[in-house]
Ligand binder design. Structure first.
Ligand code: GCO
Length: 391
């Protein structure tokens, strides 16, 4: 493969999410779910990576490796620990992280909801509470008033399709429901939350692009599976892609492929290697989903997550290399892709699977919290510095 150069100003970064790295997030629905004896969680998030205290070290790592972007999320339950009660100390904490990014020349990509919801709202029905979208918008408005002048890019909701599907359909995220009709309603509530949240974020201060991030798949129909595929993709992707009119960008996040026949989604194809998550190793999914997101929404694309859970770091490098070659082909075809943000900076709390899957560029000792960059970290950092991939 020849050298692949990326456009001037192309953003390179790495991502995290509050609940997966901070530790001690005791006031949200995930903490409650992790500690419910009926939950499928393999372990609790506990101290996570202790990033609530160690965030300066995390930012030093991101900047030192050569990246220009750090994507992270605000923990709503810290900022609004009870309804309409605002923690100025928590707002200051996140303002300091945004400021820490700026001091290190990192563009802060701030996510306002990454899977976790405060207990006070979860207790009133979570995303089924009639006023949940308004509550989310109110939180966005309060948070942006405190730190909006430092925000680089804003993501309203992270993967609302996963929140709805896993939480209300499959029952493996809180609130643990298995009811596809209710899931459909929650899809609607989340789209509304995105719209209201966007409006709130635009009230400023600050002037930054605002968008949604979506979990997408390379859906492939086997013979007879076309209708089922359209139905699945409609509920998992299209309803959200269609709620982005007027946004500034769409955040694409993808990990694999899903084959569909008349009976529904199939597991991995025999012979295709799988990752620690049990997904097919399928870096091609990035090119497919970037093309689809751009075509359906007409918006610029920021790849807000792409990565692999693996204990084989050379495999990580291969995966990213193949994924980036696909991004380059999208750019060649005139698709407006603004950047690539690797998931994740750190080995962290992978939801029901706990600390077992390792997506990080950087390993974290579970007892000392010592961070140890893997070879892929230096490699991807050098790609970022050169704005070019030599394969
Ligand atoms: C996501 C997630 C992350 C996961 C990652 C790997 O947005 O899906 O942001 O929280 O850790 O996807 O499964």
């Amino acid at each position: 493969m020849p050298e692949l150069r990326f456009p001037d100003g192309f953003l390179w970064g790495s991502a995290t999410a509050a609940h997966q790295i901070e530790g001690g997030n005791v006031n949200n629905d995930w903490w409650a779910f992790e500690h419910d004896p009926r939950s499928p969680c393999l372990e609790s998030s506990g101290d996570a990576c202790d990033s609530f205290h160690r965030w300066p070290e995390d930012l030093d790592l991101v900047a030192g490796l050569g990246f220009g972007v750090y994507r992270f999320s605000l923990e709503w339950s810290r900022i609004e620990p009870a309804q309409d009660e605002w923690s100025l100390a928590s707002l200051d904490h996140y303002r300091a992280i945004c400021g820490g990014c700026r001091e290190r020349n990192l563009v802060p990509v701030v996510t306002f909801h990454h899977f976790t919801t405060p207990r006070w709202l979860a207790g009133r029905g979570g995303w089924e509470a009639a006023d949940a979208p308004e509550r989310f918008a109110r939180f966005c408005q309060r948070a942006v008033a405190h730190l909006g002048d430092l925000v680089g890019w804003a993501c309203t909701l992270n993967e609302p399709n996963i929140v709805a599907m896993m939480g209300y359909g499959y029952g493996i995220f809180p609130p643990g429901l298995r009811d596809w009709d209710r899931r459909r309603e929650v899809n609607g509530a989340l789209c509304r939350a995105h719209r209201l949240g966007t409006e709130a974020l635009r009230s400023g201060p600050g002037a930054f692009p605002v968008g949604l991030t979506l979990s997408m798949n390379d859906y492939q129909a086997l013979a007879g599976g076309e209708d089922r595929l359209a139905e699945l993709r409609g509920e998992n992707e299209d309803v959200f892609l269609h709620s982005t009119a007027g946004d500034d960008f769409i955040g694409v996040q993808t990990y694999s492929r899903v084959r569909v026949d008349a009976s529904g989604m199939l597991g991995p194809e025999p012979g295709v290697p799988v990752t620690q998550m049990g997904y097919e190793y399928w870096p091609e999914s990035l090119e497919v989903t970037v093309r689809r997101a751009a075509a359906v929404t007409g918006l610029p694309v920021l790849i807000t997550e792409s990565g692999i859970g693996t204990d084989d770091d050379a495999r990580r490098r291969r995966y990213v290399t193949e994924a980036l070659a696909g991004v380059r082909r999208c750019l060649d075809d005139g698709i407006d892709v603004r950047g690539y943000v690797y998931w994740s900076l750190l080995d962290n709390f992978e939801w029901i699977l706990g600390y077992r899957p390792t997506f990080g560029l950087v390993a974290v000792d579970r007892e000392t919290f010592t961070r140890t960059p893997k070879p892929s970290a230096a490699w991807l950092g050098s790609v970022a510095r050169a704005n070019s991939l030599k394969t």
